[in-house]
Design a protein around this ligand. Structure first.
Ligand code: BES
Ligand code: MN
Ligand code: MN
Length: 461
């Protein structure tokens, strides 16, 4: 691979590639699954590993801070008023690994096949987080940091960052920065280095429909009581109209229409529906009518059933009317939609349509709003020139459909905009079996981050 090797910092990154990969493998071996209480000690071990690694890179102030959940790792460089201050965020927790039998190599035994690193967390987000530590060590070993750096690494992103908002409010002064940098998103595609300027938000809820006080024999009682499973199926059906549009009154009220400019920009990005269908194994795409798939993925809100259960699902048959039925729902939100308001609208709609003879219980879970970063920000320009230097081609501007709750906290609490500079690929199996990360992008990502710091430093002079 051709390397723009005229900078000592890039030379350093290049010379230490093998060791960096070994260190990342060590990090990936820690099964820091935030959702599972059995892994609580592992999550802490990952935080401590990170703290120690930051200290070894030579940064002057490192802490592992307690929260009511998993710890936060915070570190900062020495401060110089002439330099801009960059806040780097990443998450060291990972998703559960089931179905385990579908992994080609075990999720916590990192394995390289064809220059691709396979492990849970390889791309989401340990591999991407680690690129920033590589850049840090490379800068501290070869020159003077071009920016003031603050690192904030959390262990609860994959469970919705329930304690990070409070941490940020309590450490507001310490976290002050000019801009934030996160590598936790995919690029548009292979050899399409990307700057992501918008993420969707998320609002989740659980519903329970309860009927008789216990399961009933469907021959003894069938025909006299409302069946909770049937009531739940009906409720879910009322959420969408026949065309696939969400039928909850008010759901789209705050949604901005796509501007002509954005619509035309999105239409110029490569999107191959046939390849997409083949990759996902579906015969047809579905969703809100009147929008292209990219528009629906990135700029339109959605409502999904994430889980649905009731009654007897074991082997054989059991003729019952179940006592309860359950569902987990989530909405991806776009800018200006308020998560709490959306959950209230959803709850009111469900209560209104709940058939007589059963009761509906609704629990609001997490909520975090969508986020947008202005493409005119000087840090975006710095990221563009870093990408051009390393990838030898211009960056594409994309939005993404996923969510990173901290981005709106940075904006709301700290008034800090975020540059999302991710180096994963869209099909690297985030959250799925055989998660992986292309090593070429791992190394170029670290180079791009290092150059980004330099370019950002130059914007302040
Ligand atoms: N790294 C992802 C977010 C992401 C994925 C952004 C793909 C853009 C494209 C992050 O770790 C994640 O999985 N977020 C969760 C958030 C939730 C648990 C609050 C998500 O989007 O479901
Ligand atoms: Mn992530
Ligand atoms: Mn994730």
């Amino acid at each position: 691979m051709a390397l723009p090797a005229h900078r000592p910092v890039l030379d350093y990154l290049h010379r230490h590639q093998e060791r960096y990969l070994d260190e990342l493998r060590e990090f990936l071996r820690i099964p820091s699954i935030s959702a599972l209480s059995a892994h609580q000690a592992d999550v802490r071990r990952a935080a401590e590993w990170l703290g120690a690694r930051l200290a070894r890179a030579g940064i002057h102030d490192v802490r592992v801070d307690e929260t009511q959940g998993h710890p936060v790792v915070f570190a900062q460089s020495s401060f110089t008023a002439e330099r801009p201050t960059l806040l780097v965020y990443g998450h060291y927790d990972v998703q559960p690994v089931d179905p385990l039998d579908q992994w080609v190599s075990p999720p916590f035994e990192p394995t390289v096949r064809d220059s691709i690193l396979y492990a849970r967390g390889a791309s989401d987000d340990k591999g991407q987080l680690f690129m920033h530590l590589m850049a840090l060590e490379a800068w501290l070993s070869t020159g003077v940091l071009p920016v003031n750096l603050k690192f904030l690494f959390e262990g609860e992103e994959e469970i919705g960052s329930p304690h990070l908002g409070q941490y940020i409010r309590e450490h507001q002064a310490e976290l002050a920065a000019d801009v934030a940098l996160i590598s936790d998103t995919p690029m548009m595609g292979e050899e399409l280095p990307s700057i992501c300027y918008a993420l969707r938000g998320l609002a989740t809820m659980e519903i329970r429909v309860s009927g008789p006080s216990q399961d009933l024999h469907s021959g003894v009682y069938g025909g006299t009581v409302m069946n909770p499973a049937q009531a739940l199926a009906h409720l879910i059906d009322t959420l969408y109209d026949a065309s696939g549009r969400i039928a909850v009154p008010g759901f789209y009220d705050q949604v901005d229409p796509l501007s002509d400019r954005e619509q035309s920009e999105l239409s110029q990005l490569p999107f191959d529906s046939e390849a997409y269908k083949a990759q996902l194994g579906v015969p047809e795409l579905a969703g809100e009518p009147g929008y292209t798939p990219l528009e629906r993925l990135w700029a339109r809100p959605t409502l999904d059933v994430n889980g649905l259960w009731s009654g007897f699902t074991g082997e054989g048959q059991k003729t019952i009317i179940p006592a309860t039925a359950h569902a987990k729902l989530s909405c991806r939100l776009v800018p200006h939609q308020d998560p709490e308001r959306i959950l209230d609208l959803l709850e009111a709609h469900l209560q209104h349509h709940c058939p007589p003879g059963v009761q509906l219980h609704v629990t609001h879970r997490s909520g975090s709003p969508a986020s947008v970063t202005s493409l005119d920000h000087p840090a975006v320009k710095a990221a563009e020139s870093a990408i051009e230097l390393v990838y030898q081609r211009p960056a594409v501007h994309i939005r993404m459909g996923g969510s990173i709750p901290v981005v709106s906290d940075f904006q709301e609490t700290l008034s800090v905009p975020t540059v999302l500079l991710g180096f994963a690929l869209p099909d690297e199996c985030f959250h799925a079996p055989n998660e992986h990360f292309h090593l070429a992008n791992f190394y170029r990502g670290a180079q791009t981050v290092a150059i980004f710091w330099e370019k950002l430093g130059a914007t302040h002079a």
